[in-house]
Every structure is written in C-alpha cells, then in structure tokens.
Write a protein that binds this ligand. Structure first.
Ligand code: TEU
Ligand code: CA
Length: 622
C-alpha cells in the first residue's frame, strides 16, 4: 500500500503531533518533529482525520448588537455550545472586509475584519476562546478572485500600463459580427474575449470603459479573477496565508481552488465536443504546480487544508494528486468534490432531474475506494451553498428526526472527516420562500432576473418550486436557537438580514437540548463515539448490497475490529438478509441506533434477517 509517508519534511510546522491525540491547538512548540503513528492498516494518524468540523456562516449564526446581522461576538458567546456538542474544529466562512456582493466571497482586504462582523480584536478573542476549549479554527481563503474594490484590482484597472495590469485577466473584445457570442453591456459592436459563462449566469466578462478592455470574472462582475500566472500574485496570496498562520490559525478552506489555473489562450467552449466553461476552467494545466508551490512555501501536514473543487465529475487521478501526501503530490488534507451535489441537478438553477439511492451510493463508493490507499475524504451533505441536508437527502416531513439522524450516522461512519453545517445538528430544513424579493443570494436573484428579461421564463412563479428546492438561501436563514422572536438569533426589534424559517418554534436548539431523542443529542452521541473508536475514523470501508435500492450497508475494519453499518434510506419498512457472517462466539452489539429500542436489534443480528423501520440506522460492533 502506498499510504501517506509520515516522515516528509516541510518548510513550516505549526506544532508537533504527539502521536495519540494530535498537537494541541495553538501549541507554541516550534520543533519540527513529526511523530505520526501508523495504524494496522497503514493509515497515518492525523488530528484532522479524527476531527469533526463545524461550519459557521457568521452572517446567520448569532447577532449580538441588534443590527440583524450575525457577528463575531455572537460566535464567541456560542463557543460553549460548540464545546457541548463536541466538535473539534470550526471552519469560518469569510469575515474579511467586503462590499458583500457575494456575502464575503468578494474580499476587498484580506487582513481586515468586516465592520459588520466586528474588529480584529474580536476575532483574536474568538481564536483564544476556541483554543481554550481545544477547538481549532480554519479560515476561508478566497484567492481565485478578489472584490473589484480590492486595491489590487483598483490599481490594475487604472491603465493598460499599470504594474498590476497582469494581476487580473484583461483582454480586448472581438468584432461582434465575427464571433458567435455576444454581451449586452459592452460597446454595441463588440463581443467579449470568449464565450465563457459566469457561474452566476451571464457572460464571464465585463467591459471597462476607462481602458476599453474586458476583465474576466467566473463569478459575479464584482469578483474579478486573479491571474495566478503572475508570480507576484502567488507571492501575495502566500504572504496573506502566512500572515494568518502566524496569528495561530489551524488551517484553510480554499475557495474554488481548482479554478486558479486558466488554460493558455483562454479558448472558448466547444459544445460539439461537450466542453463547456466549467470543463475549460477546472483542473487547469498549472493547478498542481501552484498547489505544490503553496505546499512548499506555506503549508505543513499538521494543518487542516481543504480545497473546494467545483465542477462536474473529477477524474480520480486529479483527486489523488490534490490530496496525496507523497513528495510529488499537492498535499492538501482533503477536498470537497461536488459529485453528490450534482445529483438531481441540471445545468441551470431550476433544472431538476430524477436520481436514486444507488446513484448516491455509487458516488460515495467511487470516492471511498478512489482514496482508499492514498488521500483522505471530506464528508459533507450541505454547506452555505446548498439546500438543507434533511430536505435534500432525507424527509423533512413525517420522518424528519429519523432521516436527519440516519444521515448523521452516514456522515460519521464513512471514512473521512465529517463536516456539520450550522443547524444540521438540529435537522433544520429548507425554507418556504414566497417571492423572489425574499431571496438575498446573487446566485438566485441574478439568473432568475436574467431569464425573465430574456423571456426564457415568464415570472418567478414559473420556477418557484425548483428555486425553493435548490437556492443557497435555504442554508442561510438564521440559526434557530429558541422559540423566541426571530428564533433567538437577534433582538426582537431588529429585522434579520434574511427571513427566519417559520418552523423555528418547533425546530430549535433549546427544545432539542431538552429532548434526549432529538437530532441534536444524536449528533452529540455520534461525535463522542468517534472520539472513542479508531475504527470509526481509520477503518477500511467495504460496501455491501451495492445494488439494493433502499438499504445502504457497509463494514469498517481496523485490525480485529469490524463495525457493520446498516441504513434503511427510505420511508418504508424493509427486510433484508444480514449481508455478513457472524461467528458463533461473537457477540454483536449495537453501538448506536436511531430508534430507541436497541435490544431488539441486538438479538436478531447473527446470521439473521434485519427488519428495518423507516429511515432506521444501526451500527453494530461484530
Ligand atoms: O462556491 C463555488 C461554487 O462552485 C458555487 O458557485 C457553487 O457551485 C454553487 O454555489 C452551488 O449552487 C464558492 C463559495 O462557497 C460560494 O459561496 C461563492 O459564491 C463562490 O465560491 C465564489 O467565491
Ligand atoms: Ca450584528
């Protein structure tokens, strides 16, 4: 097996690993020792493999000054909550200065905290508070693009001879007659430099009157793409990373990091060969080179680094290159792929397609086996860009509790690092948005408006159901703390920046902490279980019943320990022959299950038939 080499040397180390529990967050030790233990199956122990990550979208987490916008003091006051839940790491969405065209993903200064969220002193207090409870902090690195209000872009756009001109992609347009694509916002007879489409709809180019050229933006026009081919750009990004690492953070989540290398000549799409903009811009020719440079100059294997890799299906050779730890690999800890997020989606926001459980299992099996002997998985079912987990993959009606806990079981028992998005631990659901004006997201508002303008749809109502099912705003409504006004997110007299899900009176933290059968308590038990059992983190994954249409079953094995996980991913009771052999003297016990009467499950296992209730989840130690 070609597992991670524990002895690679790197230029930077933020601490030492003590071999059992990982290094302490914020540890001051400067020695470069890297005493990593290797487990029976060849797996190298790392704190970030054992961790459970909790993602915080600060704008929607907790507001302390009554302006209706979540803030850093609000997070500080909930660190105790995170500690009670048992999570090990917080990933904080961007908190940097930003004009908020895309809620902080348009950064205008990487070293300043956004006023709405607080001050650098608040941020430092947050880091100290988290570290004092052994919770680590991972910051969002948004380096594929900046805000158009960033000083770099301001300088770049000033003139064609600006010394920063090459920091972004500036190109001349085409004679509109000579090409097949067009744009509405440039000079009347001019078309953009190529036919690329922005991820948020419309052309990926904006015309600049002052210099008569176009600049590239794969996202909003207020998010110009940085040109990583310019060495000074990479240096500036690496310096920014170093600056935050010196403040004592524990890693980075890297926004759309697989877009940073653009193909030479910026060729248009090729519909005849099935090549669209996404194919053109993902996994560009120099992406691995840039990441290796970053690894060498800035990173260490003791940091949690997770690359967000947008796009369609990623070839596994690329995945292994990104997260492999060998000397010629990129060395990221893990990556977020989009394969399960694409199920049921078409190319447009409101396009929906049929999908089945076997499709979902196939995605996970591909990634579990693809990274079995090299690399590591990040496990997630939602984030700030996706609808709510239970609404998308479970049943947010009758079996909300059961399906939310089943999905939690899956998340924590696959091989990889689980990510919990705020509110997922309550089984928070999608939101019944009533009109386009209730949405805040640029990715929802712009494409719908554009489609109406172009006469592709008559009105919002024509696509309302699909938008409601898919909009990123489902994840962005305020965290539901209690049944007080505005779910306890903000003072009763302040209107939150986005509406509160009306189901907060039923689904909220206060109610679930009172109820031992709640989704919240179940998450807490799973996290605690993961702390106790190495097999849950490091065990090999072996799928069972792969073609079964409603049951998901697998084993995890480490040394002589084998766990058997069986999940009925449906609202109908089902019976299945136990797909495992249990020896005579074995005493298989249920470690965790999401229906209360665990004893029954225990008795029926050996060699027998499993009767599974709707959305029932059980984990056995064989
Ligand atoms: O998201 C990248 C990305 O690919 C998204 O556009 C995603 O495809 C879409 O939201 C799914 O509906 C990252 C950030 O997570 C997102 O919040 C930002 O808007 C985007 O990058 C630009 O920075
Ligand atoms: Ca506030």
């Amino acid at each position: 097996m070609d597992r991670e080499q524990p002895d690679e040397s790197t230029s930077r180390s933020s601490g030492t690993v003590d071999g059992t529990h990982g290094s302490e967050p914020g540890s001051e030790e400067s020695e470069k020792r890297d005493e990593t233990e290797t487990l029976p199956n060849g797996e190298v122990r790392r704190w970030w493999k054992e961790a459970v990550v909790y993602q915080i979208y600060p704008r929607s987490f907790n507001d302390t000054n009554g302006d209706g916008i979540g803030d850093i003091p609000g997070i500080i006051s909930k660190v105790e909550y995170l500690d009670d839940l048992g999570v090990d790491v917080v990933w904080l969405n961007p908190v940097y200065e930003s004009p908020n065209a895309d809620n902080g993903y348009d950064v205008s200064d990487y070293r300043t905290i956004m006023d709405e969220f607080g001050t650098m002193a608040d941020w430092e207090a947050l880091l100290a508070e988290l570290h004092s409870r052994d919770i680590r902090l991972v910051m969002d690195l948004v380096a594929n693009h900046t805000s158009d209000e960033h000083e770099w872009f301001q300088r770049s756009r000033r003139s064609k001879d600006s010394e920063c001109r090459e920091w972004y992609f500036w190109r001349e347009g085409h004679d509109a007659e000579a090409v097949s694509w067009s744009a509405s916002d440039g000079p009347p007879d001019e078309a953009p430099p190529n036919d690329w489409q922005s991820f948020f709809g419309g052309p990926a180019w904006t015309y600049d009157e002052a210099t008569g050229e176009w600049y590239l933006h794969l996202f909003d026009e207020k998010q110009p793409d940085l040109n990583w081919e310019t060495e000074a750009v990479r240096e500036a990004v690496f310096e920014t990373m170093e600056w935050w690492l010196e403040k004592g953070i524990d890693g980075f989540r890297m926004d759309v990091i697989n877009l940073v290398s653009k193909p030479p000549g910026l060729p248009s799409t090729d519909p005849e060969r099935g090549i669209d903009t996404v194919d053109r811009v993902t996994q560009g020719p120099r992406v691995h080179e840039y990441l290796q440079e970053m690894r060498e100059k800035v990173l260490s294997p003791d940091l949690l680094t997770v690359g967000e890799m947008t796009g369609w299906q990623m070839p596994m050779e690329h995945a292994r290159q990104y997260v492999g730890q060998g000397p010629d690999r990129d060395g990221l800890s893990m990556l977020f792929h989009f394969e399960h997020m694409r199920l049921g989606r078409g190319e447009r926001l409101w396009e929906t397609r049929e999908w089945s459980l076997t499709d979902l299992k196939a995605v996970f099996d591909r990634w579990q086996s693809g990274l079995a002997d090299e690399g590591w998985n990040a496990l997630y079912f939602s984030n700030h860009d996706q609808p709510r987990t239970v609404s998308r993959f479970g049943d947010d009606g009758e079996f909300r509790r059961e399906s939310a806990t089943l999905l939690a079981t899956l998340l924590h028992t696959l091989r990889g690092t689980p990510y919990i998005y705020q509110g997922q631990e309550l089984g928070m659901t999608n939101v019944p948005f009533e009109s386009l004006s209730e949405f805040r997201d640029v990715e929802t508002r712009n494409p719908v408006r554009r489609a109406i303008e172009r006469g592709e749809i008559e009105s919002f109502e024509a696509v309302a159901d699909e938008i409601r099912a898919n909009s990123r705003d489902n994840a962005r409504t305020p965290m539901q703390w209690s049944d007080d006004a505005y779910a306890g997110f903000t003072d009763a007299d302040a209107e939150p920046w986005i509406k509160v899900n009306p189901n907060y009176e039923e689904i909220n933290v206060a109610a679930q902490r009172e109820d031992p059968q709640s989704v919240w308590h179940y998450y807490r038990r799973l996290i605690a279980l993961r702390d106790e059992h190495d097999v849950m983190t490091y065990g090999d994954y072996d799928p069972l019943l792969q073609d079964h249409e409603s049951v998901w079953a697998y084993t995890r094995t480490l040394g002589d320990v084998t766990w058997f996980v069986v999940l009925n991913v449906s609202g109908t009771a089902t019976t299945v022959e136990a797909p495992i052999e249990v020896t005579e003297d074995a005493d298989p016990g249920v470690l965790i299950a999401n229906y209360p009467e665990e004893a029954r499950a225990h008795e029926e296992l050996p060699g027998g038939t499993l009767e599974l209730r709707p959305w029932e989840a059980r984990v056995y130690d064989l």
